[in-house]
Design a protein around this ligand. Structure first.
Ligand SMILES: [Fe+2]
Length: 367
């Protein structure tokens, strides 16, 4: 066997199995996104030139399998062959980083005083964060960004029935899997009230509550990142913020907005942040994205409103200064976001080339 698929490598990393992941891409590709714990060898040009000594200088730990990784799984095959010729147990990651986009891991948020359990499902290959909230056997999924089967398998593993599927907003950086997950699980699909999507859903408004088991999930309409953006507050102490507020930044207000709309949304974001920052400082914040690959370490990506108050200086500015600073710091737009938004508004999930469409790091935050 010459190759390893994403699911197998993901499982090895999750189980803590010894493996050396060898990233052979050029450095400028690696800095964009990488596999957590991987090591980099600058062998790309040598391998492309069929230089049989591409790894002559590289020392690798003995008796541990090596997985070679490139962008799409071709050059990494040449790399694995060369290492095998040296007697090393080497495998090439099938589909490369493009396929790795769908890799994931989980972390549980510790909530000692709550009957609810919250599991963060992290799409490590892309930075999208989705959540299971469960009480007893009832589960809610928020911002599903992976193959629906991942959530169905996790629910089965924990003995949960998915009853509600929610999104925080119409996403622009990944294809929402929420509609499909609701169809496959028989759950009710809730979306923030808006007229953007063209498929049936149950609208959720500011102040609405869902009651999974004995828990209460309250919707807080927080426009800014998008007009319909909504945060969900679990039992008054856990806040799922989508792309409105992150541990080190705030949501970008510019996608699919012209200059006037941009300024209006940035101002709305300012007002929405005031609403969130009025909650108790110990409130746990669980964001919808992270801008770096998520390690296989079971540490949740979370913060508290108190820590965010310290970390994110711009939220203390006056409205006028906030607007100036936000508009000056808008990052490059995510690739293909207009097509992704159209598909999410239509509720479509293409069968093929999903990772092609979703390529690129997350760029939903301004920090
Ligand atoms: Fe977003």
């Amino acid at each position: 066997m010459m190759t390893i698929d994403v699911e197998t490598l993901r499982t090895w990393l999750e189980e803590g199995r010894p493996v050396t992941v060898l990233d052979i891409r050029p450095m400028h590709e690696r800095v964009e996104w990488a596999i957590p714990g991987s090591i980099h060898v600058d062998a790309y040009d040598a391998l492309k030139a069929n230089d049989p000594k591409a790894f002559a200088e590289v020392e690798l730990p003995g008796n541990i399998p090596v997985v070679t990784v490139c962008a799409a799984g071709k050059t990494s095959l040449v790399a694995a062959q060369q290492l095998q010729a040296r007697g090393i147990q080497a495998l090439s990651l099938d589909g490369g980083m493009k396929a790795w986009s769908l890799a994931w891991n989980i972390a549980e948020i510790s909530l000692p005083s709550s009957q609810a359990r919250v599991i963060q499902v992290r799409r490590t290959g892309k930075g999208c964060l989705s959540y299971f909230i469960s009480v007893g056997k009832t589960a809610v999924v928020i911002d599903a960004s992976l193959d629906p089967q991942v959530y169905l398998d996790l629910a089965h593993h924990y003995g949960w029935q998915i009853e509600c599927v929610l999104d925080t907003h119409i996403h622009a950086d990944h294809l929402s899997r929420s509609r499909r997950l609701a169809q496959m699980s028989g759950a009710t699909l809730f979306l923030p009230d808006q007229t953007r999507v063209s498929f049936p859903f149950t609208p959720i408004h500011d102040g609405d509550t869902l009651e999974p088991g004995t828990a209460t999930l309250t919707a807080l309409h927080t426009p800014g990142h998008t007009p319909e953006s909504t945060c969900y507050l679990l039992d008054q102490h856990v806040l799922l913020t989508g792309d409105t507020l992150f541990p080190t930044g705030v949501g970008r207000p510019d996608l699919a907005a012209d200059a006037d709309e941009l300024e209006r949304r940035a101002s709305e974001l300012y007002t929405s942040l005031r609403t969130l920052l009025a909650l108790p400082p110990e409130t746990i914040v669980l964001p919808g994205h992270t801008s770096t690959p998520v390690a296989f370490n079971s540490d949740p990506i979370a913060s508290t409103l108190a820590d965010i108050q310290e970390q994110v200086g711009v939220i203390h500015a006056t409205r006028e200064v906030f607007l100036q600073q936000i508009l000056a710091r808008i990052p490059p737009t995510p690739p293909n976001y207009e097509r992704i938004v159209k598909l999410n508004e239509a509720g479509l999930l293409p069968e093929r080339d999903v990772t092609e469409l979703e390529a690129g790091a997350n760029r939903c935050a301004i920090s």
